[in-house]
Design a protein around this ligand. Structure first.
Ligand code: TXA
Ligand code: MG
Length: 311
């Protein structure tokens, strides 16, 4: 039996499987199995009212989990799935409170990673409908972008037969764009590498800009946080870790953690750089926020949430 098939069967029997995606690694469970989903929450140490994203193998499975799917959401799925985009849709009766955190909506995503797609397809072929998976980190901590990082985060909280699949480093590096599709037009709940202009182009409508009342756990303060103190846009001092675009020089005595030359690379290496700081027991990390829109907005969002609030 291939490892993916073993993993799909383990999911179906109520076990947990951490798996790679193009954004970050996820911690998966059968989205229809209440006990299995409960284990995600206890393994992560995550409060039970935070909804999970259900990962599906293909667009056919949208109809199992969601109802009244607007045309613009279908257009987005057509354009950007498999890919780093989560659609929040009105839930069907199949999406129970234990996976939606009691909300009337459900989050769906088809990830663009070969191992994830093989796993989801094998799970579907065994009769499964979807894999609920948050990022595979302890609650509030930095999302893992390698299988080693998953082991470091969750190894001691998983059970013996639970699995961690290795698919190399995640190429996008930050979590999917979350789009609320329960209204007349789309609204971004969490920025990511599918950008506002990409969404407007395909959905043929202007984004709703106002604040949503929907809960998004990444919207809490102090998410994605390393142990080190992260400060933004300050002058780094000797002994500090430093993350900034590649054209910015490293002051003397400062420990350079990342110097990406593009925004894509910035997103790709960001979480690994924060993890490296903790491994090297660096106490303070300075990050310079990249300017611009598109992906830069998502990077600044994560930096701001990971940064240490001083008030
Ligand atoms: O890229 C990603 O999205 C990764 C990979 C593993 O797919 N997953 C991820 O999951 O980031 P998580 O649980 O760490 O973050 C998912 C976010 C949470 O903030 C949650 O509140 C929001 O999605 N979410 C899920 N379902 C929702 C719903 N029905 N309504 C509003 N927000 C929802
Ligand atoms: Mg997360």
């Amino acid at each position: 039996m291939t490892q993916v098939l073993v993993a799909a069967k383990h999911l179906l029997s109520g076990g947990l499987v951490a798996f790679p995606t193009e954004t970050v690694y996820g911690l998966g469970a059968d989205a229809e199995n209440e006990n299995a989903v409960a284990r995600i929450y206890s393994t992560k140490g995550r409060p039970a009212d935070h909804p999970l994203i259900i990962h599906i193998a293909d667009k056919e499975q949208i109809a199992f989990w969601a109802i009244e799917v607007p045309d613009y959401a279908h257009a987005l799925a057509e354009a950007y799935w498999p890919g780093p985009m989560t659609l929040i849709l009105k839930r069907s009766e199949s999406a129970k409170d234990f996976v939606t955190g009691g909300q009337d909506s459900v989050g769906l995503r088809i990830p663009n990673h070969q191992i994830a797609l093989e796993l989801l397809m094998a799970f579907k072929n065994l009769g499964g409908q979807g894999v609920a998976a948050p990022s595979a980190n302890r609650f509030g901590k930095v999302s893992p972008t390698t299988s080693e990082a998953v082991r470091e985060e969750l190894g001691s909280f998983l059970q013996n037969d639970d699995l961690i699949l290795d698919g190399g480093p995640s190429m996008v590096g930050i979590e999917s764009t979350i789009i609320d599709c329960t209204g007349l037009a789309p609204r971004i709940l969490r920025p990511g590498s599918i950008t506002a202009s990409m969404i407007e182009q395909v959905s043929n409508s202007k984004l709703i800009e106002s604040q949503s009342t929907i809960r998004v756990s990444g919207a809490l303060e102090n998410h994605y946080a390393p142990n080190a103190m992260l400060v933004l846009d300050e002058q780094p001092l000797a002994g500090d870790g430093f993350i900034a675009m590649g054209n910015i020089e490293t002051p003397e005595g400062v420990i350079r953690l990342a110097s990406p030359d593009t925004l894509e690379l910035f997103a790709q290496v960001l979480y690994d750089a924060l993890r490296k700081a903790d491994q090297q027991q660096i106490r303070r990390v300075v990050a310079w926020q990249p300017p611009g829109d598109g992906l830069a907005i998502a990077i600044r969002d994560r930096l701001q949430k990971a940064s240490t609030k001083t008030n």
